[in-house]
Design a protein around this ligand. Structure first.
Ligand SMILES: NC(=O)c1ccc[n+]([C@@H]2O[C@H](COP(=O)([O-])OP(=O)(O)OC[C@H]3O[C@@H](n4cnc5c(N)ncnc54)[C@H](O)[C@@H]3O)[C@@H](O)[C@H]2O)c1
Length: 255
């Protein structure tokens, strides 16, 4: 029970990595507030998780909706121990000169400006609990990626923000960390695959980019997230944790 009675506000908790995190947090004793777009998916996921948890439909790119979700959280639980900013979109997969302004804005509003909203609005509650913030970033925010420029910029921004927030909030006892998956099988990754020039060969490619030999499911991301939110990580802040099967390690020979 690494997270016993911790109240965790988890964005993008209805599918993919977020859903695996939600289940792992619940198993470890947390109360999970699942926040995601799509009323039905949120309701279904929250019902599956159990009555001590809460599902809230909310678009994290809108400050007023985030404020309402945080108010509902505090009204029900009276405290907040962690915000996990996990909601995100990964498309379009395009070079920058082909990306429209609307696509750029959507990516930044959902992937990065959402962290601005949750941080400002949850700050007092996190200060009171000496809580923590965890961001689901991406290894592409460290390394870059072909035909995905705007998305990688959102994740590079998230990594920089993680470190700066960690510095600003250390004096309040608030820790701020990020996890960086490489590839993880989720609805988002399947959508990205469909946009690639040769979708048929993509599964093998995704196995091969991970030296540990396979493209994982979200459970491999959820376990380190449990650790980073738990008190076991009480002296870790500003850390950008690669959860990547070694995808960033050195030059490799074709298999
Ligand atoms: N899957 C991967 O290979 C991979 C790799 C690196 C990083 N990531 C990151 O992991 C996170 C989760 O991705 P995933 O692959 O599980 O995606 P997913 O598409 O399976 O799930 C995304 C979740 O975010 C929610 N969401 C999307 N836009 C939202 C909005 N405007 N407001 C509220 N909720 C919104 C969706 O409802 C859903 O719950 C993302 O931040 C993504 O960038 C994923």
């Amino acid at each position: 029970m690494l997270l016993k009675d911790k109240v965790i506000f988890l964005t993008g908790g209805s599918t993919g990595i977020g859903w695996d995190c939600a289940k792992a947090y619940a198993v470890q004793g947390a109360k999970v507030i699942l926040v995601a777009r799509g009323k039905e998916a949120v309701a279904k996921a929250a019902a599956e998780l159990g009555p001590e948890h809460l599902g809230l439909a909310c678009d994290v790119s809108h400050g007023d909706q985030v404020a309402a979700a945080l108010q509902a959280t505090l009204a029900r639980y009276g405290r907040l121990d962690a915000v996990h900013n996990n909601a995100g979109i990964g498309t379009p997969s395009k070079a920058l000169h082909e990306t429209t302004e609307a696509e750029w804005d959507d990516l930044f509003d959902i992937n990065l400006k959402s962290v601005f909203h949750t941080t400002r609005l949850a700050f007092e509650a996190l200060k009171a609990s000496k809580g923590c913030i965890l961001n689901t970033s991406s290894l592409v925010g460290v390394m870059g990626q072909e035909i995905h420029a705007a998305y990688t910029a959102t994740k590079g921004g998230m990594n920089a923000l993680t470190k700066s927030l960690a510095l600003d909030y250390a004096k309040y006892g608030i820790r701020v960390n990020a996890v960086c998956p490489a590839g993880t099988w989720t609805p988002m990754l399947r959508k990205w695959c469909a946009e690639q020039p040769d979708p048929g060969s993509i599964e093998r490619y995704l196995d091969e980019i991970h030296p540990l030999g396979y493209c994982p499911e979200g459970d491999v991301i959820a376990d380190p997230c449990v650790f980073l939110i738990s008190d076991q990580a009480r002296f870790i802040t500003g850390h950008i944790m690669h959860v990547s099967g070694g995808a960033e390690l050195g030059y490799r020979r074709p298999l």
